[in-house]
Design a protein. Structure first.
Length: 108
């Protein structure tokens, strides 16, 4: 496990790619959910986006093409968690804007 974590940390563009995945999820989540979580087509869209970003990161990462299944699995899990975290952050921001509330540290 330690070798896998060292390999993941040494991948040059992984952190910036995960940040991009999270940012795109933040932008897409108000459009997809908008307070309504019951439509199954949106869940399929979310799973499709997660799969796309996982495949993209795994394809573009030369270190993941070692033939071992552990490294691509961990990178896939991290990518999907980054996308899901971005969705929740986007919904959180959308709820504050929709309800007209402000975050306490940003009040004048």
């Amino acid at each position: 496990m330690e070798v896998i974590l060292q390999t993941i940390i040494s991948i040059p563009n992984l952190v910036s790619s995960l940040g991009g995945v999270c940012a795109l999820a933040i932008l897409a989540s108000p459009i997809m959910y908008n307070g309504d979580y019951k439509k199954p087509i949106r869940a399929v869209f979310v799973l499709g986006c997660c799969t796309f970003f996982t495949w993209y990161l795994l394809y573009s990462c030369d270190e993941a093409k070692t033939g071992d299944w552990k490294l691509p699995t961990v990178i896939g899990i991290i990518t999907n968690l980054s996308f899901i975290m971005g969705l929740y952050i986007g919904i959180f921001i959308h709820n504050f804007v929709k309800k007209g509330k402000r975050i306490s540290c940003l009040k004048k």
